[in-house]
Ligand binder design. Structure first.
Ligand SMILES: Nc1ncnc2c1ncn2[C@@H]1O[C@H](COP(=O)(O)OP(=O)(O)OP(=O)(O)O)[C@@H](O)[C@H]1O
Length: 296
């Protein structure tokens, strides 16, 4: 266990945004915090980052209560002073997070090099693109070499190139630190996360690994086109209730559990002399599993 969150609640006047959630963040893992608008993701991350105090409940970090020095945080909309340069901004941020003076220059150079902003380190931030600003936000969050990096929507506001750049950086950071990030971009979450935490209306709907989530809620669909009907064959090979859809033009769509061996199905159909015009296997994505969990 690394960070333990117990019975955490947050109330804004008469609105209970977080309703007593309990979970832990595993050391060395990359956890995606998912959920619809208003689910309570930002509120949870702000409480974890120490920016918002919980109404009830506790957060402990390896048993420590004041763990802020171990955390790096990038807000949903990082704000900068446009007249500053990245070096000036990081110098300012480093002072705030109490990076020792003798290490600050080295840390700033390392962070800027890591996010690919060395060449523009003395230009005014005001002229930067959204992607460059997001990478500078990341440089600020990792400047003091935190053990836990919390990122609120790190990719949502970016174009595909900017998203890819940030995802590549997150992939590299995974080797050095524990990451917790929120996002609406499920395709991207699927690329980098190991663990998934899903929130809806302030309650946890899923807490577990991406692999277990997909095992529990995903199916594999197989699209088969043949010259002759294959219903008799399929009835013998797969349980009849898994046959989802079959047309009279010999198109079959099967929805099967992930454990089903599609290779065996294809081999048997070929052995029986069927002419296969199409055999396409499509696995459900995180998005499919998310829709099922959120609508439960
Ligand atoms: N400062 C605040 N005052 C009052 N209500 C708030 C405040 N901050 C958040 N809320 C409410 O708490 C709930 C959770 O908001 P939060 O921003 O944490 O959700 P979210 O999952 O991050 O949403 P989004 O995906 O839209 O960013 C919402 O109903 C929101 O309106």
């Amino acid at each position: 266990m690394f960070v333990q969150v117990s019975q955490l609640e947050k109330r804004f006047n008469d609105h209970q945004a977080i309703k007593g959630i309990t979970f832990h963040i595993k050391k060395g893992c990359c956890t995606a915090l998912l959920g619809p608008n208003g689910a309570g993701k930002t509120t949870t991350l702000h409480m974890l980052a120490g920016l918002l105090s919980p109404t009830k409940g506790s957060i402990s970090y390896n048993g420590e209560k004041d763990y802020r020095k171990h955390i790096g945080f990038m807000p949903q909309h990082p704000t900068f002073f446009n007249w500053m340069t990245p070096v000036e901004f990081l110098y300012f941020a480093g002072k705030l997070s109490a990076v020792p003076k003798q290490l600050l220059k080295e840390y700033i150079n390392n962070s800027l090099s890591f996010v690919g902003l060395t060449e523009v380190k003395n230009r005014k931030i005001g002229g930067f693109s959204g992607g460059m600003k997001q990478r500078l936000g990341l440089a600020q969050a990792i400047l003091h070499q935190p053990e836990l990096l919390i990122l609120d929507e790190p990719v949502s506001a970016l174009d595909p190139t900017g998203r890819r750049e940030v995802l590549v950086l997150m992939e590299k950071l995974k080797e050095r630190m524990t990451i917790l990030f929120s996002t609406h971009v499920l395709h991207d979450a699927e690329q980098v996360c190991d663990e998934v935490l899903m929130l809806k209306e302030g309650e946890i709907k899923w807490d577990g690994s991406l692999i277990d989530l997909k095992k529990a809620f995903s199916h594999t669909a197989v699209h088969i086109e043949t010259t002759e009907p294959i219903k008799d064959e399929l009835d013998k090979l797969v349980k009849s209730d898994t046959i989802h859809f079959m047309t009279d033009t010999n198109v079959t769509i099967l929805e099967i559990a992930p454990s089903f061996q599609t290779n065996d199905l294809l081999t048997t159909l070929i052995k029986k002399g069927h002419t296969i015009q199409k055999f396409e296997v499509k696995e459900d994505s995180l998005e499919d599993a998310y829709m099922k969990v959120i609508n439960l």
